[in-house]
Design a binder for this molecule. Structure first.
Ligand SMILES: *Cc1c(COP(=O)(O)O)cnc(C)c1O
Length: 426
């Protein structure tokens, strides 16, 4: 697989290099250099079960670089195929929230953990990340028990939900949750200071495992094919509605389309609507980020957008082909109530936005699929208050919530963090 830095096309990278480096010079993203070819034998591919099909797709994209790729995919996706569930007339939910942390980020994070494990050889590897909530839980679960990899997750004490804290601090083993006496920004400053310390970076093999890593995107391509396989009998073209934050999920869907999937795409945003406004006006004008109910989409400078534009250009697509919409919090609550009253399907805020944009834009000859990116129980207070129900916590969450956490307390002090990182490499 040959990738290049979108800001500096002279910087080329193999899959392994791009996974190891994460981001290129000048903060440029690694991405494809040539148009993607349709994957051979698409019909037969849709007949295959999820894991063997995903192995074929990722082998097609990545090439021969990683001999153990098939084992990595089987292990990363061991929690099974995401179900496609009817939710409305000719509209289905692709439920991506049945993995270990009940969010779609499990797919990308688990694949990345195994890719990094295979690529690092004998070199030390320490994942260091700051979280204000969900990503930390997915990263912790994904890397838990991976041999030779230590994971340090910083979070601001008292500023994340009790459940989110439990998901990171109850694993133990190679997962080190650090509760920082400070703000999220101070946690991020500590991470930055660590990456700026070249001696430390090399000594412990620092990697941020963040969401711009190409391995995450590629893993996510596979579930669009799974939706197409489960909806094959409809014989219709699909319209996918994607709730967008950093636009990683949308990029993955477009890669699936470039590989031959017969589908159209809708971009669904909350009040942080930089891209919908851009597609309407032609002006890319981010505004200050505002807090909404769908907080994983509270992003006004989506970091994967350059990849969307690059892929459209490579494949000769017009950005005008996207269906597009954005919802306020009031509209989000109204959408949650509307579908619940109509069919009984329970939406959390992110999926509610995707369903609403889908229902507005679906053409009569299309089968609609919206991405269920998180389990409704992860947004229990909003869901309960909006729908007047008492949603039970799924068993996996309930049993983790009952465990005692073992986070390490720390002042926002770089020397203390540095010492911790070095001590893990004893
Ligand atoms: C991360 C996230 C999103 C946004 O995904 P992107 O790939 O960043 O666009 C949407 N919904 C939920 C629940 C998320 O956690």
């Amino acid at each position: 697989m040959e990738l290049c830095n979108l800001k500096d096309p002279a910087e080329r990278a193999s899959f392994a290099t791009a996974v190891r480096r994460g981001i290129g010079h000048g903060q440029g993203l690694f991405f494809f250099t040539r148009p993607l070819e349709p994957i051979p034998g698409l019909d037969g591919l849709l007949d295959m079960p999820f894991v063997p099909r995903s192995q074929r797709i990722l082998r097609h994209l990545i090439g021969d670089e990683i001999p153990s790729l098939e084992d990595m995919v089987a292990d990363a996706f061991s929690f099974g195929a995401p179900p496609v569930v009817p939710a409305d007339d000719h509209i289905h939910a692709l439920e991506l929230f049945h993995g270990p942390t009940l969010a779609f980020k499990d797919f990308g994070a688990r694949f990345m953990a195994r890719a990094l494990g295979a690529i690092r050889g004998d070199a030390p590897l320490t994942i260091l990340t700051a979280t204000s909530g969900d990503t930390g839980a997915a990263v912790a679960a994904a890397f838990y028990g991976q041999p030779g990899i230590e994971v340090v997750i910083l979070y601001p004490r008292g500023k994340i939900s009790a459940l989110q804290e439990k998901l990171m601090s109850t694993l133990g083993g190679n997962i080190h949750a650090v509760s920082v006496e400070g703000t999220f920004d101070q946690c991020q400053d500590l991470v930055k200071a660590s990456f700026d310390d070249q001696e430390l970076r090399e000594a412990v093999g620092l990697n941020s495992a963040n969401s711009i890593n190409i391995s995450r995107l590629l893993a996510q391509v596979t579930y669009y094919f799974e939706a197409a396989a489960q909806l094959r009998d409809s014989g219709r073209r699909l319209l996918f509605s994607v709730p967008c934050g950093n636009f990683g999920d949308l990029t993955a869907g477009l890669i699936a389309r470039a590989l031959g999937l017969n589908a159209r795409f809708a971009i669904a945003c909350n009040a942080n609507d930089t891209v919908p406004r851009y597609l309407r006006t032609g002006r890319f004008e981010p505004r200050p980020t505002v807090a909404t109910l769908s907080n994983a989409m509270d992003i006004s400078r989506p970091n994967n957008w350059p990849r969307v534009e690059a892929l459209a250009k490579l494949q000769g697509w017009s950005l005008g082909e996207f269906a597009c919409g954005s919802l306020s919090d009031d509209e989000t609550r109204a959408a949650m109530r509307s579908l619940y009253q109509k069919t009984g399907y329970v939406l959390e805020p992110h999926a509610a936005i995707a369903w609403s944009v889908l229902a507005q834009h679906r053409r009569d000859d299309e089968e609609g699929v919206f991405l269920g990116t998180a389990h409704p129980a992860k947004f229990k207070s909003v869901v309960d208050a909006t729908l007047g129900i008492d949603l039970p916590l799924p068993g996996a969450l309930a049993s983790r919530a009952a465990l005692e956490g073992q986070a390490l307390p720390m002042q926002p002090d770089f020397a203390a963090l540095r010492q911790l990182l070095l001590s893990l490499r004893g």
